[in-house]
Design a protein around this ligand. Structure first.
Ligand SMILES: Nc1nc2c(c(=O)[nH]1)N[C@H]1C(S)=C(S)[C@@H](COP(=O)(O)O)O[C@H]1N2
Ligand SMILES: [Mo]
Length: 252
């Protein structure tokens, strides 16, 4: 079957199943095609699965909206202060010269990259919105290295399904599927509005996933892990937010 007709079948199938026979049928359909999110079990599981499967069938390559420069927020909302631990303070005092992004798991070439290494690898910028689940949002220019460039450098193995990313803070970790990991707008961000990324906004290194809610755009990133399963990471639901009852997939 061609990719197009498979996609049509899936789109029609997932949506029709949701309408006609309810969530359970959509859930079975998604299971058959491997479109189950890590938090697809439990009472909310079928709903999570329907949202995720429909997004992945219909909008896998969709772009988050990009804004003109004039719409950059004058006073972006800084929601989080720097991790107040001594390790972070030492890094900050050293101008983050020793900050490393470790890339490990199911990769051919494990890496350890400084922010300078990332800058040398590739650069892209975009003007997109940070949208918090609490309802507020702001627009900023984000400048960084596309995650797919780093994954290409590391050589992710074909069976990889998720990229787990870990912040310096305790319990700071999330994951995304390969559709978002390889998406051109997913950036390991080190710059903002023409300057370095300020600490309050996640400097020296922040994951920006503009197709999902703000809580997936984790700040103070130190590690990427390629994996084929979320088992063994926290409760196995795909991230700290999902472990705490939020959706793993937070598409906007
Ligand atoms: N390390 C870390 N990253 C984080 C958070 C956090 O508490 N710690 N909060 C998240 C949430 S809930 C949102 S909405 C955005 C807010 O981004 P901002 O501070 O740039 O507004 O950061 C996300 N990234
Ligand atoms: Mo948030």
């Amino acid at each position: 079957m061609s990719p197009i007709s498979r996609r049509k079948l899936l789109t029609g199938g997932v949506v029709a199943a949701a309408g006609v026979a309810g969530l359970a049928a959509a859930d079975r359909m998604a299971r058959r095609f491997g479109l189950i999110p890590p938090d697809g079990g439990g009472i909310y599981g079928p709903g999570e699965t329907l949202t995720y499967a429909a997004q992945r069938v219909m909008g896998k390559h969709a772009l988050a909206r990009e804004f003109p420069r004039g719409m950059i927020s004058k006073t972006p909302f800084m929601n989080e202060v720097a991790p107040p631990n001594d390790e972070f303070k030492r890094h900050r005092a050293a101008g983050f010269a020793d900050w490393r992004l470790v890339v490990d798991g199911m990769v051919a070439r494990p890496l350890s990259l400084s922010v300078a290494d990332l800058r040398a690898l590739a650069m892209r910028s975009q003007i997109t919105e940070v949208v918090c689940e609490e309802g507020w949002s702001y627009v900023a220019e984000w400048i960084g290295t596309p995650l797919h460039e780093v994954l290409r450098e590391a050589g992710t193995l074909p069976q990889v399904r998720y990229i787990v990313y870990t912040a310096m803070e305790k319990d700071g970790w999330e994951s995304i599927d390969m559709a978002d990991a390889l998406h051109p707008q997913t950036l390991l961000t080190w710059g903002m509005n023409d300057g370095d990324l300020p600490v309050g906004f996640g400097g020296p290194l922040r994951m920006r996933v503009p197709r999902q809610l703000g809580y997936k755009s984790l700040k103070y990133i130190m590690r990427l892990t390629a994996t084929d399963s979320m088992k063994g990471f926290g409760k196995g639901l795909g991230g700290a937010a999902a472990d705490g009852g939020y959706s793993w997939y937070a598409g906007i």
